[in-house]
Design a protein around this ligand. Structure first.
Ligand SMILES: [Zn+2]
Length: 496
């Protein structure tokens, strides 16, 4: 962990050095999906961004506890105490149990995340699994005097809270501005103030998911679950809290208020927010007809898509922008990402069959260029997980790999140490940090195994043992791998 990592903190609105509370442990909480429909591509981008962050922290040697919740109750249609529960509504319309809806879309979500090669979080708690903790939290907030009960519902008193605390701390806004810019939302006849939000909501008789509480039968407000579950698994104070930028103004602002009101401190030191996904410059939305699902994107099954793109090409495409910038989908941008991804993936394959030639004469220029590119892989990620910078550094390394593999340059012009550094850095970043894999379903392990077999074959050829060399070539062909020979021996293979 000699690397100094800087992250952009929404809370302070500046880039700060990342210093964990209790290194090497890092606690990270990310707001997960509400599982009532197919996962939206914009959400995929958010979770892929946090996968990249999780992977880099692991690479740096941190022991990360990554908590990402599943919202399976309490998220109302209007996001702000109005409308029907999203899961319940889907259950009612489909004539299914709410838990059938939850099960279906949780499984789908996991499958999509796996397709994108995202690592599972360390803990994935659900709102319905933590009703007791949520009720306890409401009690604590009531005891501290920051909430009030009206006819079986409990509301957070924002104006009372703001007398001693700063409610708009996360987005840097004053309470007066927020009050002036808020329309009247659900439960206004019961709420004392326009910005007050529900901690516990009284359930109507027809409401499907409801639980007994000290205030009667009801269900938790949407913001409550994240405070309760982050408290439970990461403690009152932890390192990183993340989510989509759309969650910042209300959901995260209210989470901070709930935590401060109940236990006296803001939950996380660093707040990280991912930006939106647009399509041809417009917001992706069902009403504009420009919204497609991950599966449609892979198959090219939408009028706006001229062809399908592999999950790795899409993951790569997301990482071509910093997580804090918007990403704009277009066929041209996806084509370019696919091409760039293939270039780097091919170099990764060649690298694992590449061996350093006997040292001829170390060229300072080659030596320093490779070392600088390796350092730039880290420099990119250390600069607020700036993946485009890291991809550019890998691109520079791929040019060296290609020149060595194609024997247009002798690999003996760099020292064994630098050659190994190049191999390790490229593999570490391509497979482990960026979470990429070979599109032809070959994992890093398979690529490594093939590299080993190819090296054995090269040795057999060098020993003039052509019978073994041919046997290996034929054997690989039978299981679907074609070797490409060149002047330097075999450094390349393709799946046939
Ligand atoms: Zn949340």
């Amino acid at each position: 962990m000699e690397q100094k990592l800087f992250v952009y903190n929404t809370l302070t609105r500046k880039k700060e050095e990342f210093i964990p509370l209790d290194a090497p442990h890092v606690g990270m909480y990310v707001c997960g999906p509400t599982v009532y429909s197919d996962v939206h591509l914009g959400n995929c981008r958010t979770f892929i961004s946090f996968d990249l962050i999780f992977r880099y922290l692991l690479h740096l040697g941190y022991k990360v506890r990554y908590v990402r919740n599943i919202t399976d109750a309490g998220h109302l249609e209007g996001d702000a105490d109005e409308g029907e529960d999203k899961v319940s509504k889907k259950a009612r319309l489909s004539q299914l149990e709410p838990m059938e809806i939850v099960q279906k879309y949780t499984v789908d979500f996991h499958e999509v995340m796996k397709t994108f090669n995202a690592l599972p979080p360390s803990i994935e708690p659900t709102a319905t699994g933590h009703i007791i903790e949520q009720i306890e939290l409401v009690k604590a907030i009531l005891e501290k005097g920051y909430a009030y009960e009206v006819d079986g519902s409990v509301y957070f008193d924002v104006e009372k809270y703001n007398e001693t605390q700063d409610y708009g701390i996360l987005n840097g806004r004053k309470l007066e501005d927020m009050l002036n810019n808020t329309r009247a939302l659900g439960g206004q006849n019961e709420k004392h103030g326009k910005l007050d939000f529900a901690l516990w909501i009284k359930a109507k008789p027809e409401h499907l998911m409801k639980w007994p509480s000290p205030w009667g039968v009801g269900f938790p407000g949407w913001h409550l679950e994240c405070s309760a579950m982050s408290n439970k698994y990461l403690g009152h104070k932890f390192d990183i809290h993340g989510g989509g930028m759309d969650l910042m103004a209300t959901h995260h602002t209210n989470e901070i208020a709930q935590n401060v009101a109940s236990c006296g401190n803001s939950p996380a030191n660093y707040w990280l927010h991912t930006n939106m996904l647009t399509v041809n410059g417009q917001k992706m939305s069902k009403s504009l007809g420009n919204s497609f699902l991950p599966a449609q994107l892979f198959e090219g099954n939408h009028e706006l898509l001229k062809k399908g793109y592999s999950p790795m090409a899409v993951r790569f495409f997301f990482m071509q922008a910093s997580y804090r910038s918007t990403v704009d989908f277009s066929n041209e941008a996806l084509d370019a990402a696919e091409k760039f991804y293939k270039t780097l993936a091919e170099a990764a394959k060649k690298l694992n069959t590449l061996q350093q030639n006997t040292l001829v004469a170390v060229e300072d220029e080659a030596e320093s260029a490779i070392i600088a590119a390796c350092e730039d892989c880290y420099n990119g990620m250390n600069d607020n997980f700036n993946s485009p910078k890291t991809l550019e550094a890998l691109n520079n390394l791929s040019k060296w790999i290609n020149s060595f593999a194609n024997a247009t340059r002798n690999s003996g012009v760099v020292s064994a140490e630098t050659f190994e550094l190049m191999k390790k850095t490229y593999n570490d970043f391509f497979y482990d940090v960026l979470g990429l894999k070979q599109d032809d379903n070959e994992s890093g392990d398979t690529a490594g195994l093939l590299g080993l077999i190819v090296n054995l074959r090269n040795q057999a050829k060098a020993n003039k043992d052509y019978a073994t060399s041919d046997k290996i070539r034929e054997g690989l062909k039978q299981i679907g791998f074609q070797l490409n020979d060149n002047k330097q021996g075999t450094t390349d293979w393709i799946k046939i």
